[in-house]
Design a protein around this ligand. Structure first.
Ligand SMILES: *Cc1c(COP(=O)(O)O)cnc(C)c1O
Length: 496
């Protein structure tokens, strides 16, 4: 197979998927894409009843052809095993006349587990690009909540890797903070930062750009820094699998026949989750529409309705923090494929985004995008109402991110011939206070008291890993200034 990857902004690179995964992002700032995506379709006629791991082997085999079958089988077995609380991994359940696919049954109760459980296993099977065979990859992440914990859980004690996570002090929920500060593993480091998420994120970006630091880390500690951000090919492709799994489950439940089209509604931030749905479509899955559901930070809604992307707008911190994003990185890959692989156009648009904070796409490109992508958004009141409405109508509890999708789905006209699947991206128990407030339940007291109230009132059970945080040992209590982050990274590398 000759699948190679290059930047969305130029066609000069020619990397294997292993190299692209190790490198993360192209030198020109573009995202790695492969031009042969979709040339070979994935078989769907025999999907009914097929298990998640077998579907994963088939889909990942098509997307990452330089991994051997045995390597992929090992990665899949390690990533999608006992750490998931449902053997279907991403179970599809009825939700009134529609369906919901739960992506939150992994170890940290958010959908990022699907990708971050397997990315470290991919990483361990890549080899250093330079001459240093002892080189370790140290993942560096600033997090506003979900990503940090999912990355910690994935990389903890993963061979050849280490991970350092920074979160803004006092700006994440009690549950989210405890999820990170109690993380086990010999290769993990966690610190709170005095500042907000943007400060921490900017500092991490400048650490990545610090050539001198990179050289000293390589020489003194055999460490190379990398990112577990959703721009990495290795984080994107595992998400393609669950779209096929949804289809397999709908076939098995005799909701559809082979070839029937399905619609997906996706709570969206960085555009990784929904882009994976587009990849599934390119691979031959009968996907009619993909619906982008945003929160009050509705930059994507404006873009998909006008063709003009503009990040010069107020940023809102909302009750769906993982969707509070103004620059939706993976959009760049969608634009690349839908512009018929026009790398020059993408380079130009991204340059405009950098220089002016905005860009505008040609009309015919917008028309092509809109044939596939629908869009809608929910403000915070609508999110709360949606949580209550979903519980009243379906006796199903959703979290504030999933609620954005629920709201948008309810606004859309329903075509009785096309099943709709709402992607549920987090357990409601990750955000018990907001959920309780929305349902009119007691919401004072600790997050753990909120969890117990929610469980009692709805007859559901908190994931054991979340409920158990109340009594888990805190391992990390370091607080650093923004200026101190580089030294913290240096020390973390020394300790390896
Ligand atoms: C990350 C996240 C999202 C957004 O996913 P993207 O791939 O960034 O679009 C939605 N919901 C939850 C709970 C998340 O953690």
């Amino acid at each position: 197979m000759t699948t190679t990857f290059h930047s969305t902004r130029s066609t000069t690179d020619s990397l294997t998927s292993k190299q692209a995964i190790r490198k993360g992002i192209a030198d020109d700032g573009g995202l790695f894409v492969s031009d042969s995506l979709g040339e070979t379709k994935v078989r769907i006629d025999d999907l009914a009843g097929m298990g998640y791991q077998d579907i994963a082997a088939r889909v990942l085999g098509a997307l990452l052809p330089d991994f051997t079958e045995a390597e992929l089988a090992d990665c899949i077995a390690e990533a999608y095993g006992e750490q998931w609380s449902d053997e279907r991994i991403t179970p599809v359940k009825p939700l009134g006349e529609d369906f919901v696919m739960e992506l939150f049954n992994g170890p940290t109760s958010a959908f990022k587990d699907v990708a971050l459980q397997i990315l470290p296993r991919f990483m361990a099977r890549t080899t250093p690009a330079g001459g240093d065979a002892d080189e370790k990859i140290m993942i560096l992440t600033a997090t506003s909540g979900d990503t940090g914990k999912a990355a910690l859980a994935g990389f903890a004690d993963a061979p050849g890797t280490a991970i350092t996570v920074f979160y803004p002090e006092g700006k994440v929920s009690q549950v989210q903070e405890l999820q990170m500060t109690t993380q086990l593993g010999g290769n993990v480091q966690v610190a709170a930062v005095r500042g907000n998420f943007d400060d921490a994120q900017s500092a991490v970006k400048s650490i990545f750009a610090d050539r001198e630091l990179a050289e000293s880390l390589a020489q003194d500690s055999h460490v190379a820094l990398s990112s577990a951000n959703s721009i990495n090919v290795g984080r994107l492709v595992p998400q393609v699998v669950y779209y096929f799994s949804a289809y397999a489950q709908l076939l098995e439940q005799q909701v559809i026949n082979v070839g029937d089209e399905v619609e997906f509604v996706v709570p969206t931030g960085n555009f990784g989750d929904i882009l994976a749905g587009y990849y599934a479509k390119l691979l031959g899955l009968p996907v009619k529409h993909l619906v982008v559901a945003s929160d009050k930070n509705n930059v994507l809604f404006d873009f998909l309705t006008t063709g003009s992307y503009n990040r010069n707008r107020p940023f809102f911190q909302t009750i769906s923090p993982s969707m509070d994003i103004l620059i939706s990185s993976n959009l760049e890959r969608m634009l690349y494929y839908l512009s018929e692989k026009d790398a020059r156009l993408i380079a130009m648009l991204m340059n405009d985004l950098k220089d002016y904070g905005c860009y505008e796409i040609p009309e015919e490109l917008l028309a092509r995008i809109r044939r596939v992508f629908g869009t809608g958004w929910a403000d915070e009141d609508q999110v709360r109402e949606s949580i209550a409405d979903c519980w009243e109508k379906n006796k199903y509890v959703i979290d504030p991110h999933t609620a954005c999708g629920y709201f948008v789905m309810r606004q859309m006209p329903r075509d009785p011939l096309t099943p709709r699947v709402l992607l549920a991206t987090a357990s409601p128990y990750k955000f018990p206070r907001v959920v309780n407030e929305s349902l009119g339940l007691a919401a004072d007291g600790t997050d753990f008291e909120c969890m117990d109230v929610l469980a009692e009132a709805t007859g559901t059970t908190a994931p054991a890993a979340l409920r158990g945080l109340e009594t888990a040992d805190v391992r990390f209590d370091t607080v650093v200034d923004i200026d101190g982050m580089t030294d913290f990274v240096r020390q973390a590398a020394d300790r390896l």
